[in-house]
Ligand binder design. Structure first.
Ligand SMILES: Nc1nc2c(ncn2[C@@H]2O[C@H](COP(=O)(O)OP(=O)(O)OP(=O)(O)O)[C@@H](O)[C@H]2O)c(=O)[nH]1
Length: 991
C-alpha cells in the first residue's frame, strides 16, 4: 500500500468491521470507493474511522443492513420486515434482480415469488446480466441511508447473516450443479480490482447477497434445515461482532474446514458461514483464498489445503481447481477481504473471469512455487520486478570523473557507473580489444568516458615543467646534507647560452656543435673556489630553439635555479618569455644573465624594462629578481653571476641524503654502437654506485660503469651530479625517473611489470590513434585529396627525436598527413629499411649512421634514406616532400585586354570586331567577357583573325576578329579579358 492510502479492507480490519460496513460508511460520507480493495486517502479513512466510532457497535449493525436486508426480504419475510424499517429499499431490488439472474432450476421457483420485480428480469433469461447491472447503479445513492438510520436494531442484521450462512451450507451438496454457473459471475469479479467502474462495485456488493438469498430460499424449501441452524448458531454472533475479518475469518475457516473434510463443499460453505456471518459478502471467494500457498501467514491453510486436496479424488478438475486457486491467491484483496467464494467449481470460473490484477497487487504476490504455477503472469511480474530492482540498484552515471593516470576497464566502469561490457564494446568499435582487467592509458580512458557523455578532469595536465617531487623520504630528514644547485640555462636562440656555459666551463662546446646549435641536453658541473671552501654548481645546458621546448621543459623539472640568458642587444624574445613561463611553472627562482654587454648595441636597461613586463623586476629597481649583465665572450661579471647562483642556492636550502639508494632523473639516453644503451642520469637523492640495480621506467640495468661530465670514470655519484651510466638493458626515455633497488630480482620484477603495462598502453594508444586516423583519413581519401608521408625516424639521442617529432607536428597536415611509423635512437638498420619498404616510408636519420648492409638494402628496395645534422634542414626537406605530394594548382595568368568595337554577323553566330587594349590575345586562350563590370561569359577563344586570316596571337594596338563558341551576344564596348591557366606547385603554407 502506498503511503497515505488505505484500503477498505484494511480499514475494516482495523475497525473490526465488515467491509460492507465500511463501504456503507463510505457511501454515506460520499467517499468514492468501488470495493473492499479500493484505496482511499488517509483523510477519508479518518473520517470513516470517526464515523464508525460515532456509530458504535450498533451503528455497525445498521450499516450492514443495506446488504443484509434484501437477502432477508428475498428469502425470509420475517427479516424483510425488519429491514423495511431501514431506509435501504432500492438495494433490495437489486438483490432480487440478481437472484433471478442466477437462479438455478431449484431456486427459480423461489426467487420470483420473493420479489415481484424479479419477474421481468427472469423473463429476459440470458439478458439478465445487462438487466442486472443497471438496477445496481441506482442502489448506490440509497446506500448512505443505512448509515444515518442508526435506529435499525442490530438484531435485525444478525439473523440475516446467519440464515445466509446456513443456506449456503445446507444446500451446497445438492445444489452444486446449479451453483456452478451462477458463481461464474463475471460482473462480481471485475468489481474487485479497484479500477472497476461503479456499477461493477454495485454488483460486487450484491453478489454475496444474491447468493444468500438464493440459499435462504433453498433453506426455506426445507433442505438441510437442521444443519444450517446449528452452524449459523455458532457463526451468527461473531458475524455481527466487530472483528470478522481478522480474528474470525481465517481461524474459523481452518477450524471449519477440518470437520468437513469429507465433504469439501460443505467445508467451504461452513467457512462461508463463519465468514458470511461476519461479512455476508463473498464468503466463497474467501474460501478460495484460504488455501493460498503463498503468504507465510497462510501456511497453516496451505497444509490444510493439501490435506484436503489429497482427500479429494485426483482428477483433472481438481487440478484445474488448484490452478485456479493459485491464481486467485495472488489477489490479496480477496483473501483479506474475505468476501465471497465457494466450492471448487466456481473457483475455476472465477479465476478465469477475473480481470487482470492491478500491478501493485501483483507485486505483492509472493512465493516462488506459486509464481511458477502461474508462469505467464508470474514470469512477467518477476521480470518487471527484476528490472525495477536493477534500475533501483544501478547507480546514476556521474557527470564528471577525475582521472589521474592509467586505469583498468573494471575501475573505469565503476567510476563511470557503466557496465564493463559497454566500455569493452565501445573500445572494440574503436579497434581496441580489451578485457576488464586491462589497463587503459589516460587518453584512452578519457576518450571512452567522454563518449559516454562524462566529462573527465585529469590531474596530469599540469605543466610538464613542474618541479618533480623532492625525492626525499621522511627517513632522509635525519641525514640531510647540503647539495650543489642544479642550474638550467634557458633563453632565446643565439642569446649566448652555450657560450656562457662554455666560458664557465672554460671549454669550447659551442664551436663543436653542428650548425652551431645545442642539440641535446648536457649536464656539467663546475667547481668554484670560495673563501668558505670549494662549492659546486651543476649546469644543465638546455637549448633555446623552440623545437626543443619539450627538452627544456624537462630540464626545468629537475632544476633548482634557472638562468635566463637575454642578449642585451636583442632583448626579450618569444623563447625568452617561454622560458620564463617554464621556470615559473616549475617554481624555481630565476637569475637573469643579460648577455653580450660587451657589444656596442647592448642595452641592458632596455632588457630590464622588457623583463618587468613579465613580472621580473630587478633588485636595483626594487624587485626581487637578480639580474647580472655579463659577457660570455669577455667573461665580464660571470663570477658575479656564479656568486649569485650560490647565494640563491643557499636561500633555497638544497639538501639530500647521500646515505641511501639513489634516485633521480634520466636527463638523456641514447644507444651507443660500442657501449650499448647510455643514459645521462642526474642523481637527486642518495648515492649511485657502480653495481647498483637500477630501474628507469621499464628499463632495468646494473650499473656497469659511470663516466662523469669530464669524461672520468667514477665509482659513485653524489646528489645533484650527473653521470653517464652504462649497463642498462635498453634506452630509457629521457625525463623518466630512476630508482636503485637493493635487490636485483626485485628491480627486474619492477621493470618487467612496468614494461608489460607500458606495452599494453602503447598498443592501445597506437590502435586507437590509427583507427581514428584511418577513420578521419578515409573520408578524405575517398575525395581523393588526402596524401600520406610515412617516415621512419632514427636519431642520435631521444631528445633530438622528441624535438623533431614536436617540430613535425607543427607542420600543416590538412592535406598531407605525416605518419611517423617509428622514432627511435640508434643507427639505421636493415630492419628499418624493411619497415620503410613495406610501408612506402622515407627514412630520416638525424646525427646517426647506417648499419652495415642498410644502404645496400635501401638501394635494393628503393627506400629513400635522408641524413641530417641540422633540424632546420630536416624540417625543410620534409616540408618539401609534403608539398611534392600536394596536387598542383591551376592559376590564371593574364594575357591582355580587348575591347569590342563592332559586331559582324557570320555564318555561324557573330564575330566581334575588337581592338587589343593591352597585352595580347592568343588563339585558344581563355576569355572572360565583361559588360558593365559583370561577367557574361567565360570560355575558350575559338577563332582569332586579323583581316581575314587566322592568326596565333594579336598584340596590343592591333585590331582583330574574335569568335567564341557559345557566345554571340556581343555588344560594342564589351571588354574581353584574355588569360591562360598555368599549373603551379603548391606550398604547405599558403602565401
Ligand atoms: N659579442 C658577444 N657575442 C656572444 C656572446 N655570447 C654569445 N655570443 C655569440 O652569439 C652567438 C650564439 O651563441 P651561442 O652560445 O651558440 O648561443 P645559444 O643561445 O647557445 O644558441 P643555441 O644553442 O642555438 O640556442 C655565437 O656566435 C656567440 O659567439 C657575448 O657575450 N658577446
Amino acid at each position: 500500500m502506498s503511503k497515505g492510502k488505505v484500503r477498505i479492507y484494511e480499514l475494516s480490519r482495523e475497525l473490526k468491521l465488515d467491509n460492507k460496513d465500511i463501504l456503507a460508511i463510505c457511501e454515506a460520507l460520499g467517499v468514492a470507493v468501488k470495493s473492499h480493495s479500493s484505496t482511499i486517502s488517509e483523510d477519508d479513512a479518518d473520517r470513516i474511522r470517526a464515523e464508525a466510532r460515532k456509530a458504535g457497535s450498533s451503528a455497525k449493525t445498521k450499516i450492514k443492513r443495506p446488504v443484509d436486508r434484501p437477502v432477508d426480504k428475498a428469502v425470509a419475510p420475517k427479516k424483510a420486515n425488519e429491514k423495511t424499517k431501514g431506509p435501504n429499499r432500492p438495494v433490495r431490488k437489486q438483490q432480487i434482480l440478481e437472484i433471478r439472474r442466477y437462479a438455478s432450476p431449484d431456486s427459480q421457483p423461489d426467487e420470483p415469488s420473493s420479489e415481484p420485480e424479479t419477474g421481468q428480469v427472469a423473463a429476459n433469461g440470458s439478458e439478465s446480466d445487462e438487466l442486472l447491472s443497471p438496477p445496481s447503479r441506482p442502489s448506490r445513492p440509497t446506500a448512505p441511508a443505512p448509515v444515518s438510520s442508526a435506529a435499525a436494531p442490530a438484531s435485525a442484521a444478525k439473523p440475516t447473516s446467519r440464515s445466509d450462512s446456513d443456506d449456503l451450507t445446507a444446500d451446497d451438496a445438492p445444489e452444486t450443479p446449479y451453483l456452478r454457473p451462477k458463481l461464474v459471475q463475471p460482473p462480481s469479479r471485475p468489481a474487485k480490482p479497484s479500477a472497476r467502474r461503479s456499477d461493477d462495485d454495485a454488483r460486487q456488493i450484491q453478489l454475496p447477497v444474491k447468493r444468500r438469498d438464493r440459499e435462504e430460499a433453498r433453506r426455506d424449501s426445507g433442505r438441510d434445515a437442521g444443519r444450517d441452524t446449528s452452524e449459523v448458531g455458532g457463526a451468527a454472533k461473531p458475524g455481527l461482532s466487530p472483528k470478522p475479518s481478522i480474528e474470525l475469518k481465517r481461524p474459523v475457516s481452518r477450524d471449519t474446514i477440518r470437520p468437513s473434510r469429507e465433504s469439501p463443499r460443505d467445508t467451504d460453505t461452513v467457512t462461508d458461514n463463519d465468514d458470511g456471518g461476519l461479512s455476508d459478502s463473498g464468503s466463497e471467494i474467501a474460501d478460495l483464498r484460504r488455501p493460498s500457498p503463498r503468504p507465510p501467514k497462510h501456511k497453516a491453510r496451505e497444509e490444510e489445503d493439501e490435506e484436503r486436496t489429497e482427500s479429494r479424488p485426483k482428477s483433472k478438475t481438481s487440478k484445474a481447481r488448484r490452478r485456479s486457486q493459485v491464481v486467485i491467491d495472488e489477489e490479496e484483496d480477496f483473501t483479506d477481504d474475505g468476501s465471497g467464494s465457494s466450492a471448487g467449481m466456481p473457483q475455476v470460473s472465477l479465476s478465469l473471469v477475473r480481470p487482470p490484477k492491478p500491478k501493485s497487487q501483483q507485486t505483492q504476490a509472493k512465493p516462488a512455487p506459486t509464481a511458477k504455477k502461474i508462469s505467464p503472469r508470474g514470469s512477467q511480474t518477476s521480470r518487471s520486478q527484476r528490472r525495477e530492482r536493477r534500475q533501483e540498484e544501478e547507480p546514476e552515471q556521474p557527470e564528471m570523473i577525475v582521472l589521474t593516470g592509467s586505469i583498468t576497464v573494471n575501475d573505469l566502469a565503476d567510476r563511470m557507473a557503466t557496465p564493463q561490457t559497454e566500455i569493452i564494446k565501445s573500445l572494440f568499435f574503436k579497434g581496441i580489444a580489451t578485457n576488464v582487467n586491462q589497463t587503459l592509458d589516460l587518453p584512452t580512458a578519457k576518450m571512452v568516458a567522454e563518449e559516454f557523455g562524462i566529462e573527465v578532469e585529469t590531474t596530469e595536465e599540469e605543466s610538464e615543467a613542474r618541479k618533480v617531487t623532492e625525492m626525499l623520504d621522511e627517513a632522509d630528514l635525519e641525514n640531510l646534507h647540503q647539495r650543489p644547485p642544479v642550474v638550467t640555462i634557458m633563453g632565446h636562440v643565439d642569446h649566448g647560452k652555450t657560450s656562457l656555459l662554455d666560458y664557465i666551463r672554460q671549454a669550447k662546446v659551442a664551436q663543436g656543435e653542428a650548425g652551431g646549435i645545442t642539440q641535446h641536453i648536457g649536464a656539467y658541473h663546475v667547481d668554484l673556489e670560495q673563501e668558505s671552501g670549494s662549492r659546486q654548481i651543476v649546469f644543465l645546458d638546455t637549448p633555446g630553439h623552440e623545437a626543443f621546448t619539450a627538452m627544456r621543459a624537462r630540464g626545468a623539472r629537475v632544476t633548482d635555479i634557472a638562468i635566463l640568458v637575454v642578449a642585451a642587444d636583442d632583448g626579450v624574445r618569444p623563447q625568452t618569455i617561454e622560458a620564463i613561463s617554464h621556470a615559473k611553472a616549475a617554481g624555481v627562482p630565476i637569475v637573469v644573465a643579460i648577455n653580450k654587454i660587451d657589444k656596442e648595441t647592448a642595452q641592458p636597461d632596455r632588457v630590464k624594462q622588457e623583463l618587468m613586463e613579465h613580472n621580473l623586476v630587478p633588485e636595483e629597481w626594487g624587485g626581487d629578481t637578480i639580474m647580472v649583465p655579463v659577457s660570455a665572450i669577455t667573461g665580464e661579471s660571470v663570477d658575479t653571476l656564479l656568486e649569485m647562483l650560490l647565494l640563491v642556492s643557499e636561500v633555497e636550502d638544497l639538501h639530500a641524503n647521500p646515505d641511501r639508494l639513489a634516485r633521480g632523473t634520466v636527463i638523456e639516453a641514447h644507444l651507443d654502437k660500442a657501449r650499448g644503451p647510455v643514459a645521462t642520469l642526474l642523481v637527486q637523492n642518495g648515492t649511485l654506485n657502480v653495481g647498483d640495480a637500477i630501474v628507469a621506467g621499464a628499463v632495468f640495468g646494473k650499473v656497469r660503469a659511470m663516466i662523469d661530465d669530464r669524461g672520468d670514470r667514477v665509482e659513485s655519484t653524489l646528489p645533484s651530479f650527473a653521470v653517464e651510466v652504462l649497463g642498462l638493458n635498453d634506452v630509457p626515455p629521457a625525463g623518466e625517473e630512476f630508482e636503485v633497488y637493493a635487490d636485483e630480482k626485485e628491480a627486474r620484477a619492477a621493470a618487467d611489470a612496468r614494461a608489460v603495462e607500458q606495452r599494453q598502453s602503447r598498443l592501445q594508444q597506437a590502435m586507437a590513434s590509427r583507427r581514428v586516423t584511418l577513420n578521419s583519413l578515409s573520408a578524405k581519401a575517398q575525395e581523393g585529396d588526402l596524401k600520406e608521408l610515412n617516415l621512419v625516424l632514427k636519431g642520435d639521442v631521444q631528445g633530438s627525436l622528441e624535438a623533431i617529432l614536436a617540430s613535425l607536428q607543427q607542420l600543416p597536415q590538412d592535406e598531407v598527413q605525416i605518419r611517423v611509423l617509428m622514432a627511435a635512437p640508434g643507427e639505421i638498420t636493415e630492419t628499418d629499411v624493411d619497415l620503410a619498404a613495406a610501408s612506402s616510408a622515407v627514412i630520416i636519420g638525424f646525427n646517426t649512421t647506417l648499419a652495415p648492409g642498410a644502404r645496400q638494402s635501401a638501394d635494393r628496395l628503393g627506400v629513400d634514406i635522408r641524413d641530417y645534422e641540422i633540424i632546420y634542414k630536416l624540417l625543410e626537406d620534409i616540408e618539401g616532400a609534403m608539398e611534392g605530394l600536394l596536387d598542383p594548382e591551376q592559376v590564371e595568368e593574364p594575357l591582355g585586354q580587348v575591347e569590342v568595337r563592332a559586331i559582324f554577323p557570320a555564318r555561324r553566330g557573330t564575330v566581334a570586331g575588337c581592338y587589343v587594349l593591352s597585352g595580347k590575345v592568343t588563339r585558344n586562350c581563355r576569355v572572360r567577357v565583361e559588360r558593365g563590370g559583370e561577367t557574361l561569359y567565360q570560355g575558350n577563344l575559338d577563332s582569332l583573325k586579323r583581316m581575314k586570316d587566322d592568326v596565333r596571337e594579336v598584340n596590343a594596338g592591333f585590331e582583330c576578329g574574335i569568335a567564341v563558341n557559345g557566345f554571340n551576344d556581343w555588344q560594342e564596348g564589351d571588354i574581353i579579358d584574355a588569360f591562360r591557366l598555368v599549373t603551379k606547385r603548391r606550398t604547405l603554407t599558403p602565401a
